[in-house]
Structure formats: C-alpha cells, structure tokens
Write a protein that binds this ligand. Structure first.
Ligand SMILES: [Zn+2]
Length: 325
C-alpha cells in the first residue's frame, strides 16, 4: 500500500463528513427563514436612539369605553374550557439592542402554537425583517410594548403618548413596506392595520397612564402567571419549572414570557411547558382569541404576582425606565 494511502483516505473521509454536515448548516439560514442567525443575538444589531420616521400612526383607534379600561390579568372562559394564551415580550431600551429568540419562535411555528408578541416599537425597527416574518404568519398576534420600554408609572403623559404612538406608527411603516413586497392582497388584508393590545413595561402603571392608554384605543393586557423564574440552563431544570407553572395554570390564564433572549433558556422552558399543557388537554390561543371566549378579569394596578412587587424597578433602568441617564 503506498505510504500516502492512509492519510489520503482519512483526508477524503473528512471532506466527505464536512460535505455531509456543512450544507445543512451553510444553507439553513437561507432555506429556512425561521432559523436563528447571528444577527438575532442581543446587541448584534446596531443601536440608534433616533425617533421613528413617522411619529403618529395614520390609523387611529377609537377610545375604549369606560367599562373596558384597566388591566386584564386573565379571562374566565365560558364553561371553563382548557384554554390559555402564551405571551412574549420583546423589550428594548433606548440604550442598546436586544435579541430575537428564533429557537423559541421557530418552535411555536413548527408546533402550530399561537402566541401574542408584545414588541417595543424600537425593537420592531431594529428587527424589521423578523417583524415582517411574524406579520405574515397568522399564528402570531402583535401588541404594543412602548417605544423604548418606558415605565408608565413614571413617564410624563406627553412622553407616554409618544412611546405608544411611535410604536403604532413604526408597526404601520413596516406593514406598508411589507405591502410593497407581497403580491397576494388577501394576505395583506389579514394583517391588522395597527396593534390593539398594550402591555405595561415592568408591569408598572398609574391611573392617569391607564386613562391615556385607553384613550388611544389600546387594551392593556398583563398576565396571571409569570412564566420565567430565572435563567434556565438545562432540560431537567426546564422540566421542574414547567411542572410548577403547569400546576398554577387555570383555564383562561395569560402567561408572561420573553422572546428577546432575556432571560436565557426560555425556549427550553416553553417547549416543556407547552408539552405538559397539551397533555392536560389545553389549547393555546392569542390574547384576542381568548378575550372572545369569556369575561376578562381586570385590576387597576400593574404588578408581577402581587400588588407592589415591581415598585423597586422604578429606581433601575434609567430615565423613566428607558435606559437613558
Ligand atoms: Zn418588557
């Protein structure tokens, strides 16, 4: 056997292995638009503090009637049907860019699990290509989470109005750009002209802010279950957390998670939690679908699990919670 035969064989074998494994990696991003990419990571995309190109949305929503004001924490579905809404916040401060958890969102899409995504307007601008992808998928409903995550308990009302309306306007701009790219008009007709749901950053509010949000036609939706108890680093931990969440879940629950890669491990937790809830016979709905099925339970104060448990957040995260100092 020639001396070079073994090295040559090994070399060819390695090349074969590379050619078998690399194409799927190399092509995964182009073949599957839902696959995670490096630009989905936190701080991967450049930050800009400028205002959106449009400051007020063209579509204005009618103010909510008095009996629909306040904060929805859960829904009581007729006949206690086993339904729940998964919600994911995509928060972004003025001072940096956050991520987009495509492992998580790709999982929801692959499993056909609907969800409501509450996006900061600035996050929408940073992750415009991702927003276009979600807009075209009927599984996902998009809500407003303020422009740069401003704290509604602290923001002067004029600034609060800007945070909300800049986000509505940014959504419209992306929808309009998408309209120029998709050829099927029936597809565009299915995409809401502007978001109708609002989520309080830090879960914080005050009565005047709730009035402003309602006057702008947006329904404030929080949660009755905090999904993330911290970072999840392995499947065993995800299973334990998921079991604890499942034991708290009741029909009509609204569950809070994040899809901006803060904290880490949410994808694993959601995978385990959804599996458990499906085994219990639960169906997942968007918040708007859930609201159609029963009576919303409202409160007048924003919090995580009990009133006042988020007050300490007022002293962190800079000016009015936007990160600016
Ligand atoms: Zn947030």
């Amino acid at each position: 056997m020639p001396k070079f035969f073994l090295p040559l064989t090994l070399c060819l074998f390695s090349l074969l292995l590379i050619s078998l494994t690399q194409p799927s990696l190399a092509h995964s991003n182009t073949a599957d638009p839902w696959a995670p990419t490096p630009t989905d990571l936190k701080k991967a995309l450049p930050n800009t503090r400028s205002q959106p190109l449009r400051l007020r949305p063209r579509t204005q929503l009618p103010p909510l009637p008095d009996d629909q004001q306040g904060i929805i924490r859960k829904v009581s579905p007729a006949s206690e049907q086993p339904v729940l809404a998964l919600t994911f916040d995509l928060c972004e401060l003025a001072t940096s860019t956050s991520g987009c958890d495509m492992t998580l969102l790709g999982f929801l899409k692959a499993q056909n699990i609907p969800a409501t995504l509450f996006m900061s307007g600035k996050w929408m601008r940073t992750h415009k290509a991702r927003v276009k992808l979600f807009l075209q998928h009927p599984l996902f409903e998009i809500g407003n989470h303020n422009w740069s995550h401003g704290n509604c308990a602290l923001l002067p009302l004029k600034d609060l109005e800007d945070e909300i309306l800049w986000t509505q306007a940014q959504y419209e701009l992306i929808r309009e750009e998408l309209a120029g790219e998709i050829t099927d008009p029936t597809k565009l007709a299915k995409i809401a002209p502007v978001p109708r749901l609002f989520r309080l950053p830090y879960g914080r509010s005050r009565p005047e802010a709730l009035k402003t949000i309602a006057a702008l036609g947006l329904t404030t939706v929080q949660w009755n279950i905090v999904g993330e108890l911290g970072a999840v680093t392995n499947r065993e931990q995800a299973r334990r957390y998921a079991q604890s969440l499942a034991s708290m879940t009741v029909p009509g629950s609204i569950v809070l998670f994040h899809a901006n890669l803060v904290p880490v491990g949410t994808a694993l937790l959601v995978e385990e939690y959804t599996r458990l809830m499906q085994a219990k016979g639960y169906r997942f709905l968007t918040v708007s679908e859930l609201l159609q099925l029963g009576t919303p339970q409202r409160v007048q104060d924003g919090y995580f699990s009990s009133p006042g448990d988020n007050l300490h957040l007022d002293r962190r995260f800079g000016r009015y919670g936007t990160g600016l100092r």
